[in-house]
Design a binder for this molecule. Structure first.
Ligand SMILES: C[S@@+](CC[C@H](N)C(=O)[O-])C[C@H]1O[C@@H](n2cnc3c(N)ncnc32)[C@H](O)[C@@H]1O
Length: 233
């Protein structure tokens, strides 16, 4: 490791290690690359919100090794992770993705239309809590199947509510992921209110007996949550 780029509280993994992992892992598709580069141009201040190639390569492995058909995403932004999910799903698979930002969503739709896999994506524009209330009603009426993978990646202050929804609505053997749960390392010394939200979420998960929980130090930290076997007894 170079002395110029020391590990600090603002980095989970050393940037050179991050780059190495990305280089040696499955690569993003040409359309995902286009979305990533176009997002950098169009949304220069917030383009880092994209989950990125390493995390989505991991999601693709999970989807394909578990035979997942149904994905629900909270937080679409410019559609990078939604299209990555769609690319990994079988032809009859579906991604439902939620966002309240019409500008980002229109941008996403323009790029999804350039990929055959884009047809697997259903986007719902609106405040996520309202969309989720509608979706859970449709699940209970048998109009929609229960999601087999849920990715929570929107407003961090609502993570606990999104998690509770996910626990109630996920397929019993499904996987729940929550992004940014190390918050650039600040969770080990939570000072500001944004970090406090993540800290409280992590404390909650740690002591919730319904969950089998693992934090992966991938990028900004990713919770991988499954229902604990004892929760199904
Ligand atoms: C981190 S970005 C999502 C990135 C995307 N998952 C990816 O990796 O390409 C978070 C998104 O959540 C959306 N968002 C934040 N709060 C929301 C809410 N209450 N309801 C719906 N969308 C929300 C924002 O508009 C933003 O586009």
């Amino acid at each position: 490791m170079s002395d110029q780029t020391p590990l600090t509280l603002t980095a989970i993994t050393h940037p050179a290690i991050d780059a190495y992992c990305s280089d040696y892992s499955a690569q993003e598709s040409p359309t995902l690359r286009k979305i990533r580069l176009a997002t950098e141009q169009r949304f220069p201040k917030v383009h880092h919100m994209i989950t990125g190639g390493l995390v989505t390569a991991f999601f693709k492995s999970i989807i394909q090794s578990t035979g997942t058909h149904w994905v629900l995403e909270i937080g679409t932004f410019t559609g990078y992770s939604a299209l990555a999910f769609a690319e990994a799903l079988p032809v009859k698979g579906r991604v439902i993705t939620l966002d309240r930002d019409p500008v980002a969503l229109a941008f996403a739709q323009e790029y999804w239309a350039q990929s055959a896999d884009g047809k697997k994506i259903e986007s719902i524009l609106g405040v996520a809590s309202e969309s989720l209330a509608q979706i859970s009603q449709e699940i209970s009426q048998g109009i929609r199947p229960k999601p087999e993978l849920i990715f929570i990646d929107a407003d961090k202050s609502q993570n606990l509510a999104y998690l509770e929804w996910a626990i109630q609505n996920i397929e019993p053997r499904g996987n729940i992921f929550i992004d940014n749960v190390l918050w650039k390392g600040k969770v080990i010394d939570p000072q500001d209110s944004a970090t406090q939200h993540i800290y409280k979420l992590n404390e909650f998960i740690k002591s919730d007996p319904r969950l089998h929980a693992v934090i992966l130090p991938l990028r900004d930290g990713l919770w991988w949550l499954r229902r604990a076997p004892s929760a199904d007894n």
